[in-house]
Design a protein around this ligand. Sequence first.
Ligand code: DGT
Ligand code: CA
Ligand code: CA
Ligand code: ZN
Length: 573
Amino acid sequence: MAVHNADIASMFNRTADLLELQGANPFRIRAYRRAARTIADLPQSAARLVKSGADLSELPGIGDDLAGKIAGIVKTGRCPILGQLEKEFPAGLTELLNVGGLGPKRVMALHQSLGIDNIDDLRRAIRAGKIRTLKGFSEKIEQKILHALETRGTQEKRFKWIVADETARPLAAWLSAIEGVKKVVVAGSYRRMKDTVGDLDILVTCAKGSPVIDRFVKHEEVAEIVSRGATRATVLLRSGLQVDLRAVPDISYGAALYYFTGSKAHNVAVRALAVKRGLKINEYGVFKGDKRLAGRTEEEVFRQVGLPYIEPELRENRGEIEAARAGTLPRLVTVEDMRGDLHAHTKASDGRNSLSEMAAAARALGYEYLAITDHSRHLTIANGLDEKRLRKQCEDIDRLNDKLKGITLLKSCEVDILESGKLDLPDSILKELDLAVCSVHYKFDLPAARQTERIIRAMDNPYFNILAHPTGRLIGEREPYALEMERIVRAAKERGCLMEINAQPDRLDLNDIHCRMAKDAGVKLAISTDAHATGHLRYMTLGVAQARRGWLEAKDVVNTLALKALRQALKRK
Ligand code: DGT
Ligand code: CA
Ligand code: CA
Ligand code: ZN
């Protein structure tokens, strides 16, 4: 199976880290990081592009040299320059790079001034109080490193949903092609669309004597066979992702799918319900004594325990069973309900495409509108727009809208919320916009009360419409900033502000729990992709998935509305 985009990106990022340790030319380092970002963001598989003979050097940030390296990685699974660099440094030193709070500069400082070469050395130095006094360090940084060391290894490794998906899809297709295999479905948290996935649980139905288990454990991506039996196997892939495979007969398909979709908490609660009816429910079916009552489909399993079908995204034992019994399950929002996207960037700031390219891509998705939300001036690294440039963009949008058919671009901006709670652009331009999407991009480490007040103060501005990526988390990379979410939600409700579900695969912010909190408080949400390229508009499905996990219906989500109704819904109280 192919090398994934995430693999290539991680090799390039590691190369950049090691080049930084080496003190290499900053331009060279940046080139690797930029290429890593480009590949990670690529909507198609880089491996497939290489194999189809596409010219990768046409991608932004990828020259002939890097294109050649990518082709090499796709062919061999290895990156020679990374291999060389890894040999140059003690293995322990590169491991230090993975400790939170330590970047290449700090690792090099520790190495040079204290001779720290590995994690044990680091622990000893912290205990001896040597780190805090080092130039470029502090007691706070020492604490951060210590915390990272303490939680190391105790935190199970989880994969972003989209990373799991990059493995799940081709693997499922590959399994389908094995003789005797009928159905293949990926269950578990993947099917429940959790933001992260611990491992993949794949279910197959097959004819007797199918070699599916044998073939599976010999798949070229398999690094280790953890366990195997006649109808099941657990393997570890080279990527570190674990996969559980189960083969079941057709008559048990529904019961097995239901069981392995979980969650465990949901299963346990439903099993108790079944017991009350004198039934037994397991991965083989629903039984009364020895008599099988159901098992072929999930629907018939539900029927036997007296429940309507419950969507996988709801199966967390968070009240869905009670709601199902009471007939009050939500009618979850679907991606077909979405009529537009309210957060997208163009070349004017840090996006990759032009206004008209973004408009065409949105129209191709069947949208009625797309809000153009380039960054505001404070975000200089993203080439944020000042009043003058934004005004010019508004004129461009007006002119383009006159020509466009079937789609309307909305004039907007992703306005930075300054530390004071002021917005980054004056009211004189904000009032010209169709809507303002506002967000925090710096000073993430304020205490919760101050961060909360900063955002609420920003909402006091009458032109504030949508709070974008409200917690600032980057899954697996950056914790959400400290925030009093109940207060934010209440403040949004009082002011008629909306909250965003940012659909970028590494954000998914608000998360499922917060979505539900907002809905329960009567706050409307926008599901937006924060697209930085036309291909990112497709991330809508991921945002919708989190919305569904948060019990949202179409009426809770403003961008399911037609344009006219949307304009009404955006009006502040
Ligand atoms: P993950 O992998 O941590 O993201 O989460 P899941 O939900 O995929 O959990 P996993 O892979 O451990 O198990 C897959 C499903 O199998 C789980 O959602 C429900 C079912 N399952 C696993 N262990 C048990 C159990 O002890 N009892 C019951 N009733 N179901 C279980
Ligand atoms: Ca799983
Ligand atoms: Ca599992
Ligand atoms: Zn944005």
